[in-house]
Design a protein around this ligand. Structure first.
Ligand SMILES: O=C(O)C1=C[C@@H](OP(=O)(O)O)[C@@H](O)[C@H](O)C1
Ligand SMILES: C=C(OP(=O)(O)O)C(=O)O
Length: 450
């Protein structure tokens, strides 16, 4: 897992109208959690629609290393025979989470209150990301951690023998940190309380309740206060993973900027903690309609219809919307280049600690393609050039970041000259069918010789 093979340079060429249906894969966040919560239940959890991207496959392997049985069936469904809360066995090998921040952080959380030791690593991107945000709260439960300087992987976690419940206020808007603390709290006696000042994606809370945990959420002056009763017996579930709004963003945005396009992206999960991009695009003037709105498995779902939108204007994206679209800023910055006027993205410093420094990666790549960008520690402003004014013709560096690679491939479908990326290999971490799906809509994405 740790490190991709040879880089895959790619180029995206100006396309004719994009048309058809784009069936994007399952939600990455819900896929990781299905495997982890399945492994923490006693009995068989069945999952359909699991994202079979490298990040999630890494979590499946990790769950096996901790003693669960995880199997893919010929039908494409997955089953997990879990070991129960507190039942994790000590892995014999280093756990390699590849490129997946969600994978490594959630797994560190859920082994931290079990008396076992595990060592974690990942690819060059993951090894550069901060893990102190997990080791700080798990220390409160009594877990010890030994990593590289700056709290980086590789890192060994020694789980607590006698975990104590914790009350913890998450210092940054992060669903990964919130989830790691809740998962650690599962095997601590008594009540663990997690407080988040800004709401982040709430899949862990919803799914813990679905698996039978006693969890309640209150909105207070302090923020969202989540109280979890420790040491439940989780009940295995049957899960149909909704399709990923963060993946849907790519065909949707491609349709909005490509003349004549009309694309349907069916069955997209529109949990309000995830749907900020679509609100933003509509405020910019995008012709984006939610068709067939319904509820599935307790989550809002709709079919997204996106049409070419030549009249989009830049806006200031409200800061309090950032968490609900945090992974979508790279592709929004591409759409912003095709709008008129400035698009201001503020309160987004978390973008600097993703798979890459996404503010820097997008700013440099946009500039290489003729777009002007202003940036600061926690903001980025893209100066729009209008629907047919984006020059293109440059090569962006992906920095082992799937969302950067895909965003520039979307830019190329409508820029005047082709847009290249030095390495599209990381796309397989979250969206392994990206090239085929975009090609079926009419995009022209080619693999170049390195
Ligand atoms: O909990 C999750 O599934 C995720 C949380 C977000 O990360 P942060 O918690 O670092 O904001 C997001 O960027 C990531 O893609 C998935
Ligand atoms: C930030 C992301 O993922 P992770 O943190 O799991 O690596 C992402 O998918 O955009």
């Amino acid at each position: 897992m740790s490190g991709h093979g040879a880089p895959i340079p790619m180029t995206s060429h100006k396309a004719g109208p994009l048309a058809g249906e784009a069936h994007v894969p399952g939600d990455k966040s819900i896929s990781h959690r299905s495997l982890i919560l399945g492994a923490l239940s006693v009995g068989e959890t069945r999952v359909t629609g699991l994202l079979e991207g490298e990040d999630v496959l890494g979590t499946a392997e990790a769950m096996c290393a901790f003693g669960a049985e995880v199997k893919r069936h010929d039908t494409g469904a997955w089953s997990i025979h879990g070991v129960g809360v507190g039942g994790f066995a000590e892995p014999e090998q280093v756990i390699d989470c590849g490129n997946a921040g969600t994978g490594v952080r959630l797994i560190m959380g859920c082994m931290a209150t079990t008396p076992i030791t595990a060592t974690f690593t990942g690819d060059a991107s993951l090894r550069s990301r901060p893990m102190g945000r997990i080791t700080d709260p798990i220390a409160l439960f009594g877990a010890a951690s030994y990593g590289r300087s700056g709290g980086r992987l590789p890192m060994t976690i020694v789980g607590s023998r006698e975990p104590i419940p914790v009350r913890y206020t998450v210092p940054m808007p992060s669903a990964q940190v919130k989830s790691a603390v809740l998962l650690a709290g599962l095997n601590a006696p008594g009540e663990t309380v997690v407080i988040e000042k800004e709401a982040t994606r709430d899949h862990t809370e919803r799914m813990l309740v679905g698996f039978g945990a006693d969890l309640k959420v209150e909105d207070t002056d302090e923020g969202r206060v989540i109280t979890l009763k420790g040491q439940p017996e989780l009940t295995p579930q049957t899960i149909a993973v909704p399709r990923d709004p963060s993946s849907a963003a790519f065909p949707v945005c491609a349709a909005l900027i490509t003349p004549g396009s009309n694309v349907l992206v069916p069955n997209i999960g529109l949990n309000p903690t995830r749907a900020g991009l679509f609100t933003t695009l509509r405020e910019m003037g995008a012709d984006l309609v939610f068709e067939n709105e319904r509820e599935e498995g307790g989550e809002p779902v709709a079919d997204l219809r996106a049409k070419f939108s030549p009249d989009m204007s830049g806006i200031r994206v409200p800061e309090d919307r950032a968490a609900s679209m945090i992974d979508e800023y790279p592709v929004l910055s591409v759409v912003a280049a095709f709008a008129t006027g400035k698009t201001e993205m503020v309160g987004v410093k978390e973008l600097r600690v993703k798979e890459s420094d996404r503010i820097d990666a997008m700013a440099r790549g946009l500039e290489a393609n003729g777009v002007t960008v202003d940036e600061g520690v926690d903001f980025m402003i893209v100066h729009g050039m209008g629907p047919d004014g984006v020059p293109g013709g440059g090569t962006a560096k992906a920095h082992l970041d799937h969302r950067i690679a895909m965003s520039f491939m979307i830019m190329g479908v409508a820029a005047q000259k082709p847009v290249s990326v030095d390495d599209g290999a990381p796309i397989a971490t979250s969206f392994p069918i990206f090239e085929r799906l975009m090609g079926d809509l009419g995009a022209k994405i080619t693999r170049d010789r390195s």
